[in-house]
Ligand binder design. Sequence first.
Ligand code: SF4
Length: 158
Amino acid sequence: MLLISSCLAGLATRYDGQDNYREEFADLLRQGRAVLVCPEQLGGLPTPRPPAEIVGGSGEDVLEGRAKVMTAAGEDVTAAFVRGAEMTLSTARMVGAECAILKESSPSCGGLRIYDGSFSKTKQPGFGVTAALLRRHGIAVYSEENAGELLQLLKQAE
Ligand code: SF4
């Protein structure tokens, strides 16, 4: 079983009430091979919600208490992001997920890069908070940008 970011399968869970639909990921859900998660909703945040970025580091730094997740208006939403990461990890354990395909660049889900905290659309290498927590607990994290090989393997196993 896989975890997939709900927005990649077409649910309008993004901060702006939109989705990031990709047919290949919705197919995995239809085939019963995936469970959807939206860490920010699981953490108690509403949809739509103000955009947020990690300020002062990466998702790993947030888990260590060295960085925060802030909205552009200056609201500290770190606790909700950490709660959402923990809920996502609990979900992975409930369904026995060993890997996750999460939306790139999100402050929760990013697996290769995240926005740099300046709210200037600038990205830097790093994990989002949920991606960092899942990796810490041995769950492999892919994004829509590097899941090609995994999708091929899953197709062969059909
Ligand atoms: Fe998608 Fe993750 Fe953002 Fe939820 S938190 S909308 S799953 S990128």
